[in-house]
Write a protein that binds this ligand. Structure first.
Ligand code: ZN
Ligand code: MN
Ligand code: MN
Length: 294
């Protein structure tokens, strides 16, 4: 498995490579634009050149992923916000393609009390249009729905919902799922013991199909199983625990898959000193390989 983290693109996307190397990442996830703004500065040829140069200088870092903006809500019952969201996701997909980034993840959306099915149908309609409109501009970018924790009216917290949205969107081969360990656990799927993990994966396979699982977010959870709370903890410091992560890193089915942590970057100690946590969390994950599981 390739292990890495979400890396800051402050100052230019090309800067992510040096930062990822510093944190001992083999893979990384990035934003290609500000995640809290709708607007995106157009990508200049120079931006792509610098990115490609940095990429060539860091061959150890492969399988990059993009996380789309948090503002996008493809389930919105409001026509103007829905339209804006479809457009914005299209921009995200095309920007990923310009940089040659093969994976993109987005939060399916929130139905805002319009009802689960209505919300999922809006998402599926938006995805159908998006797939059509990016068939030529971004044919190789996989568009992944993230497994969600089930907070509020967020959709995508059950495997059934994810399967429904993918099916309604036409089951296109460019559609996938990004499996977030914290969210799945918060939504009530146990992954802590080897048996619970196998059972959860068997459910995923039966309902969605494991071939749809394109990459992972590795976050421990600050809340207990099924609490529907999206709060990330450092690896091994939450309720999932080390045995849970050992199940993933030792599963040969994910040998070539990427996993990105979205855990806090810094830990402050009582004496006021700080620790860079990505490097610590990655060492923890690597320490689990071949120790348990199979
Ligand atoms: Zn996310
Ligand atoms: Mn995530
Ligand atoms: Mn989260």
């Amino acid at each position: 498995m390739k292990l890495g983290a979400h890396i800051s693109a402050a100052g230019g996307l090309f800067k992510t490579y040096a930062r990822a190397k510093e944190a001992a990442c083999e893979t990384m996830m990035v934003f290609t634009k500000s995640n809290r703004q709708w607007k995106a500065k157009p990508i200049a040829d120079e931006d792509v050149e610098k990115y490609k140069t940095a990429q060539a200088a860091h061959e150890e870092i492969t399988s990059v992923a993009v996380h789309a903006s948090y503002l996008i809500n493809m389930a919105s019952p409001k026509d103007d916000l829905w339209e804006k969201s479809v457009q914005a996701l299209k921009v995200e997909v095309e920007r990923a393609a310009v940089y040659g980034i093969p994976l993109l993840v987005f939060h399916p959306g929130s139905h805002v009390k319009s009802g689960e099915e209505a919300g999922m149908d809006r998402i599926a309609t938006g995805l159908r249009r998006l797939l059509k409109e990016t068939a030529v501009t971004a044919p190789d970018t996989l568009i992944c729905l993230e497994t969600m924790a089930g907070q509020g009216t967020n959709l995508g917290s059950t495997f059934e919902q994810l399967a429904y949205m993918i099916d309604q969107a036409g089951a296109d081969e460019r559609l996938g799922v990004c499996f977030d360990t914290c969210h799945v656990f918060a939504s009530g799927y146990d992954i802590r013991s080897a048996d619970a993990y196998e059972d959860t994966m068997a459910q995923f396979d039966g309902i969605i199909g494991l071939d749809r699982l394109k990459f992972f977010h590795f976050n421990d959870s600050k809340f207990e199983l099924g609490k529907r709370k999206d709060r990330h903890a450092h690896i091994g410091e939450g309720f999932i625990g080390l045995e849970g992560f050992a199940n993933f890193v030792n599963d040969s089915r994910w040998e070539n898959h990427a996993a990105h942590m979205e855990t806090p970057k810094i830990k402050e100690l009582e004496d006021g000193t700080t620790i860079e946590m990505d490097i610590v969390n990655l060492a923890t994950l690597r320490g689990l390989i071949d120790v348990e599981g199979g």
